[in-house]
Design a protein around this ligand. Structure first.
Ligand code: AQP
Length: 344
């Protein structure tokens, strides 16, 4: 794992712009966990790297029972609009739909063939998601090989993600090494970029589980979506799980309170010591009201820009078409190398 700060330093030292690839599945409306763990990191560092950000719609098919075609299409557009509304500059970064660059799926097959089943069986996310479904599709099992293809097709140096995805970036390195040793050196080994705080935002109604889009579909107070109204945000924050005490120091707080403090820390940009001083002895009601105010203020400009983007006729279509063309130009070159080396 590389911290964001260390990565920024090495970019400056080597004087070469490194490549970043990341993405989010259009499995629902993005929540503040996606924003804090991933999207806000992309935005903050976009000028340092060559960036490619996909909307991972092929990954969304790994649980096909949860997919309705029209919803998937609409969710993908929402995610694209939220990328820009949150601050990604489409002139600076490439934004595209994963399915619009067929080289991802092509390389995924080749990498699947290079991936021992035992590696996939160890994936924590597979075990968790498989335990929640009656029928487990093969795609859910081989998902890490598609994710490896997403990253390696651009020879990405860094993958900025929440820490639940670190294991998938580790297996990407293993798959890249295996391909390189079988067929020849093509792929550099990518590293993750994680926040030092906020890399895993927990559910407001259950601070033992990470905040998740799919859980939020059925449990209203689980998450705060980036498009929630102030009154919905208020309900979620005011009912968030805390405890019977009054401890507001990061190191000693219970999981629910620590989660609220962490969201406050990341969104305010304030030092932990200043935050602890602000909340000490004031009770959890005060913390929740201050957090509510901060979250509403943070999301308001994103929601305004989102609305503007959605109202611009043809804008997203054009942006995604251009993004797919720019991404394909890079991906097709890598695929050509892979085809030559594998003899396909
Ligand atoms: N709770 C979280 N805290 C910090 N980061 C998070 N991410 C997701 N949840 C949190 C990061 O957001 C990016 C996109 O995730 P994804 O949609 O591709 O997959 P996911 O991790 O499975 O996200 P969800 O919200 O939990 O979706 P569902 O419910 O559909 O599975 C990743 O960088 C992830 O780390």
């Amino acid at each position: 794992m590389t911290t964001i700060e260390a990565a920024a330093q090495s970019t400056t030292q080597n004087n070469r712009k490194k490549t970043v690839l990341s993405g989010i599945q259009p499995t629902g409306i993005l929540h503040i966990g996606n924003y804090i763990g991933a999207l806000s990191v992309w935005v903050a560092n976009q000028h340092l790297y060559n960036n490619l950000f996909m909307i991972a719609n092929l990954h969304a098919l790994t649980i096909p029972e949860a997919v309705k075609a029209n919803e998937l299409r609409e969710n993908a557009r929402r995610v694209a609009a939220l990328y820009i509304a949150a601050g990604l500059d489409p002139k600076e970064v490439v934004i595209f739909l994963q399915s619009d660059v067929p080289a991802h799926a092509y390389l995924a097959w080749i990498l699947t063939c290079c991936t021992p089943m035992g590696w996939l069986e160890r994936m924590t996310q597979f075990k968790t998601k498989a335990s929640q479904s009656e029928t487990v599709g093969t795609g859910l099992f081989t998902y890490p090989a598609l994710q490896a293809a997403d990253i390696l097709i651009y020879k990405a140096d860094y993958v900025p993600v929440g820490d639940d995805q670190n294991q998938h970036v580790e297996i990407t390195r293993d798959i890249a090494q295996r391909f390189n040793s079988l067929f020849g050196e093509v792929f550099p080994l990518p590293g993750t970029l994680n926040r030092s705080s906020g890399a895993r935002v927990m559910g407001l109604d259950d601070p033992t589980a990470k905040m998740s889009k799919s859980i939020a579909e059925t449990r209203k107070s689980h998450a705060i979506s980036l498009l929630d109204t102030p009154s919905t945000i208020k309900k979620a924050i005011m009912s968030a799980v805390t405890d019977a005490g009054s401890e507001t120091r990061f190191e000693h707080a219970s999981p629910g309170v620590k989660n609220l403090l962490t969201i406050y820390e990341v969104m305010s940009g304030e030092e932990r010591s200043a935050i602890e001083e602000k909340f000490v002895g004031k009770g959890y009601g005060f913390l929740k009201r201050e957090l509510l105010d901060l979250v509403v203020r943070t999301l308001e400009p994103i929601q305004t820009r989102y609305k503007e983007i959605r109202e611009r006729e043809g804008y997203l279509d054009e942006l995604l078409a251009q993004g797919a063309a720019r991404a394909s130009a890079i991906a097709d070159k890598t695929l050509e190398e892979v085809r030559r080396l594998t003899g396909v």
